[in-house]
Structure formats: C-alpha cells, structure tokens
Design a protein around this ligand. Structure first.
Ligand SMILES: Cc1cc2nc3c(=O)[nH]c(=O)nc-3n(C[C@H](O)[C@H](O)[C@H](O)COP(=O)(O)OP(=O)(O)OC[C@H]3O[C@@H](n4cnc5c(N)ncnc54)[C@H](O)[C@@H]3O)c2cc1C
Length: 446
C-alpha cells in the first residue's frame, strides 16, 4: 500500500529508491518470499515529475556541466524511467573476458530473459542479441530494441494493492545509522523539508537503489565505506552524434536482420574477442533514421549499400580520478552537501576505437565509414555508472559479487553504480538483470 507517513514497523527489506533497480529488486524478492514485508522509500512524489528535482543538483567539473546531471537523476516514483528513451541491448562480454567483473558473464546473461519481461522487450533481445555479419569474422550486427517502459505506470496498482510491499513517497533518506557491521536505522526527512515528520526507520536488510550519483552520495553522507573507493570510477557513455556516416552491404545486413521491425534499431560493433585481443574497449555504431541506398565499390566489388549517419556510443575506461564526492560549500534544500562530480572523457581512446572499427570494416569488404566534420564532440548518455563498483576486494571495490557492501552484513546496492566496467550498451537492461539477481539472492538468504 502507499503510506502517507512512516510507521514503526521493522521491515524484512527496506529499499531506497523506486527506479528500475529498486522496483525490480522489490518485485522479485516479494514474489519469492510471500511472507516478506518490504518498504520502498521514494524521495519524489508519485505523480509530480520534478517535484524533488532540486535534491539532484550537483556541482560538476570536467567534460559535463552541472545542469547535465539532475536531468538524468529524476526524483519521482519510477525514477529516471519516467523520461528514458528505452533503448536496450545486452552488455558485451568484453569486460568479463578481460577479467574486469568478479562474476562470469553467464550470471548476468541468465537474467536477461526476466529483465526483458520486466522491460516489455521482445524475446530477440536475449535469444539472439548479436550475430556476425556474413563474410566477416570480427563485425557483429547487434541491434537495439526500444520500449520506453515507465515503471511508475507499470507498477503503481501493484504498489497500491500489494499486501507485502509498502511505498513511502515524498520522503528522502538522509543518512544510514550503523552499529558494528549492521545498518540499524534509516533516517528520513519529508522531501518538501520542514522536518516535522523526520523519522528513524528500521529493517533487517537495506538496499540502496538511488541511482549512480545517489548511491555513493548516501554512503558518503553516512560515512560508510571510507576504506573502499566509494564514489570513484564514475563512468558515463561518451556519445558522438552527427559525426560519421556508415555504409554497410545491404545483402549482408538483410541476411542477419530480416525485414525492418518496429522498435528495432540496427547497430554494429567489433566482437568482444577482437576487442580483448587488440586492447580496445567496446563501441557501438548505431544507425540513425533516414537511411538511403547506393551503389559503391567495396574492395573492388560493386555492392548495394545502406548508408546514413550513425551514433557512436563508446565504453570509457574506469578511472579513479572520475568521481563523486561531497561539496564543501553547496547544500541542498534539506541542508545536505550536494554531490560534487568530476568526469573527463578520453578522446584519444574514442578515436582509436573508431579508426579500428573503420579499418576492420573496410578490410572485410562489407562497408566503410566517413567523417562528417573534424574534431571529436562528445556528450554523455545519462548513464551513471561505476561509483559503488563490484569487485573481489575492498581495496578496489565497494560491493562484493553479491552486491553487498564490504563493510556491512545487511546492506546492498542495486543499479549501474555496481558496474566495474560498463560495456557500450545502454545500462538499464543490465542493471535490471542484476536487480533480478539481487532480489533472488535476498530471497535465498532470507
Ligand atoms: C533522457 C534519458 C534517456 C535515457 N535513455 C536510456 C536508454 O535509452 N536506455 C537505457 O538503458 N537507459 C537510458 N537512460 C538511463 C536510465 O533512465 C537509467 O539507467 C535508469 O533509470 C537507472 O535506474 P535506477 O533505478 O538505478 O535509478 P533511477 O531511475 O535514477 O532511480 C533512482 C530513484 O531513487 C530515488 N532517490 C534518490 N535518492 C534518494 C534518497 N536519498 N531517498 C529516497 N529516494 C531517493 C529517486 O527519486 C529515484 O526514484 C536514460 C536516461 C535519461 C535521463
């Protein structure tokens, strides 16, 4: 049910944030443990978008400006899924093959089917995520599927009627109280301020699902994980728009893609194995609308190609210098230090990946790229990742392979902040898959 104010109940699991990560974790756990009681605390109000937008303000330096971030951290029921585009494709294996994740790729891949159901995606997204372009050993056809599922709309009536799950909207978690190795209290303030209904809530286990900036910020505010790299290794996906044209052999493309399909967007990339062998990160070249056909000479053969502009979406190397900390002098409406963010893109790396993809494509005789204008103009994707990364030791990670904080026995993190490496795929299907895995883990260990 939807609560007006906090109650004194001690819940089995308390989840902070009602975006895709928080709602998925709650749903999977509640389904598997029918006797469980779950509380979801949501900073925003259920219906009013931007109600609590001021609480996402940050101070930024580097390649992305301060006003970029709040738009990508919506404070409302359903979180940022209220505005997202809904492009989904599986994360590549590259970073798993390179040993950058502490889990096997199959642990993530085995959850994509459930994630696809939650995101209303077609089965192709997990049954046939990618296929080699005929005639090439290194170039994959790896399309995106687009369904902009709004989590608030999809799960609202479940939240209103579930006997197991309570939602407390309009309350912001401002700190976690720790005793020994346990989170003992969760301090909340009414989002609109005033403090009249401030409360300290209790739960057996706590899940942070506040987004890629909200998660490290709450840990820093609560002085948790001081010996781990909380907030470091922040990543986004550098995007380049309107910079490149791509031509691809039409027959090869049609052989793998079949007829056009509504909601499917063609994209190409180098195989993970090739990237690992050549020290490259993952990059995806996604066709934009407005494709044309023309005759071209490719390696001495006349071919009909499909050509048009592409979006280059790239992985960025995880660097400890890109980080979320707390501002020394700027505070939000609840009196809490704002997040201070620094992020630099590596233009040289993106250039190398573009050049290598272009070379392999030309060598295959299946297509070519060309540049529309000089210079690399980058923007982010609103994909906030890496700030509470998963790993094998507290010296270089914040959570373990179960997404549990190293310092605590009853606190977990859900969302793309646990990605130790991001791949080039948009993150939501993968963070939902990890939330399915976390919900299952919480149930198995209940
Ligand atoms: C314009 C746009 C387009 C996008 N397009 C795509 C796309 O095509 N494909 C894709 O994969 N991804 C896309 N994304 C990213 C996608 O929206 C996010 O990956 C996804 O929403 C993250 O889910 P989350 O649950 O981790 O975080 P969020 O959705 O951000 O949810 C976090 C929740 O936590 C709440 N919260 C935060 N702090 C507190 C606190 N202290 N107390 C209580 N509650 C709190 C917030 O109010 C919010 O409801 C897009 C994003 C934007 C902005």
């Amino acid at each position: 049910m939807i609560l007006d104010e906090p109650t004194g109940e001690t819940y089995d699991v308390l989840i902070i944030g009602s975006g895709p990560a928080g709602l998925t974790t709650a749903k999977i756990y509640a389904e598997k443990v029918p006797s469980a009681r779950v509380l979801i605390i949501e900073s925003g109000a259920p219906r009013v978008l931007h109600h609590a937008a001021g609480l996402s303000k940050v101070v930024a330096s580097g390649d992305l400006a301060s006003d970029y971030y709040p738009a990508h951290a919506q404070r409302t029921l359903g979180g940022t899924s209220t505005v997202w585009t809904g492009l989904c494709t599986e994360m590549e294996k590259r970073a798993f093959l390179a040993g950058e994740w502490p889990i096997q790729y199959k642990e993530l891949a085995s959850k994509y089917q459930e994630a696809a159901l939650i995101l209303d995606l077609p089965s192709e997204v997990y049954e046939k995520p990618s296929v080699l372009l005929p005639g090439s050993t290194h170039i994959l056809y790896k399309p995106f599927y687009r369904r902009a599922t709004r989590f608030a709309k999809k799960y609202r009536s479940w939240l209103e009627t579930s006997p197991q799950v309570d939602l407390l909207p309009g309350y912001t978690v401002v700190g976690l109280g720790v005793g020994g190795r346990l989170v003992e209290t969760v301090r909340v303030e009414p989002t609109a301020g005033g403090g009249a209904n401030s409360a300290s809530l209790k739960a057996m286990r706590v899940v942070l699902a506040c987004g890629g900036i909200g998660n490290p910020r709450l840990l820093l505010l609560s002085e948790i994980g001081a010996k781990t790299p909380v907030g470091r290794y922040f990543m986004d996906h550098p995007h380049m728009y309107q910079a490149f044209l791509l031509s691809v052999d039409r027959d090869a493309l049609v052989q793998v893609s079949g007829p056009p399909q509504r909601g499917r967007i063609d994209a190409f990339q180098l195989t993970s194995e090739y990237c690992v062998e050549h020290g490259l990160l993952s990059s995806s070249f996604q066709f934009m609308k407005g494709l044309a056909e023309r005759l071209e000479m490719l390696r001495g053969r006349r071919r009909v190609t499909r050509f048009g502009q592409v979006i280059l979406r790239s992985e960025m190397k995880a660097s400890p210098n890109n980080r979320v900390t707390l501002s020394n002098d700027r505070r939000d409406a609840l009196g809490q230090p704002m997040a201070a963010i620094h992020l630099d893109f590596d233009r040289g790396q993106i250039r190398r990946e573009f050049d290598q993809f272009s070379r392999v494509l030309v060598r295959s005789g299946l297509g070519r790229t060309s540049e529309l204008r000089g210079g690399i103009q980058l923007t982010g994707g609103g994909h906030l990742m890496g700030t509470t990364r998963m790993g094998t030791s507290p010296t270089d990670s914040v959570v373990n392979a179960d997404c549990r904080l190293w310092d605590l026995d009853n606190a977990y993190v859900a969302g793309s902040s646990v990605f130790p490496a991001s791949g080039s795929a948009n993150p939501t299907i993968s963070l939902v898959a990890l939330a399915v895995r976390l919900g299952g883990h919480l149930a198995e260990t209940a």
